[in-house]
Design a protein around this ligand. Structure first.
Ligand code: HEM
Length: 140
């Protein structure tokens, strides 16, 4: 449904912004040994992680309404590749943060946060190109 294709760009900013600020705050807080900043970062990372799932569902439903996808298929597949990587990497981060509470778990958690940040920014890049270069779901 075109409704979902138009809704998707409206709600994607929540996971993108929350995960980006969350990861930056967590890393900054950890390096500066500032627990308040790190805790604020953890809150944003978790809220952003929760926002991924409605955005995923709406993205899939929106994609079903697209036609003539040939000219932007590389960007659509790039977008989806990074969507799956972002989701997978943040799931790994959450699992390690919850169940592996030792220095190894913390190291994996921070590496996953950095990888997740790179992935979510790439997701946004490809999605942005779909909308602003190819005009996907901007007409009507
Ligand atoms: C972590 C989940 C996701 C994030 C963070 C995300 C992010 C974005 C962003 C930032 C845009 C550009 C919005 C704009 O510039 O106004 C976009 C557009 C788009 N995304 Fe996603 N996306 C996600 C999941 C998905 C999924 C699962 C699909 C489809 C399988 C999808 C398909 C699309 C499409 C088709 C567009 C073009 C606009 C539209 O038709 O809705 N996205 N996305």
């Amino acid at each position: 449904m075109i409704f979902f294709a138009k809704l998707h760009p409206l709600i994607v900013h929540f996971p993108v912004a929350l995960l980006t600020s969350g990861v930056v705050f967590e890393i900054y807080g950890s390096l500066k040994k500032d627990e308040v900043v790190e805790t604020a970062g953890r809150f944003n990372t978790r809220l952003g992680f929760g926002c991924i799932f409605p955005v995923l569902i709406v993205g899939f439903l929106g994609m079903l309404s697209l036609d003539n996808t040939e000219k932007f298929k590389d960007f659509l597949s790039g977008h989806m590749r990074f969507v799956f990587l972002t989701t997978g990497v943040f799931i790994i981060a959450m699992v390690f943060s919850r169940y592996v509470r030792n220095p190894f778990g913390r190291a994996v958690y921070f590496l996953a946060l950095i990888a997740g940040l790179v992935c979510v920014l790439n997701t946004g890049y490809y999605g942005g190109e779909l909308v602003h270069r190819f005009g996907v779901s901007t007409t009507q």
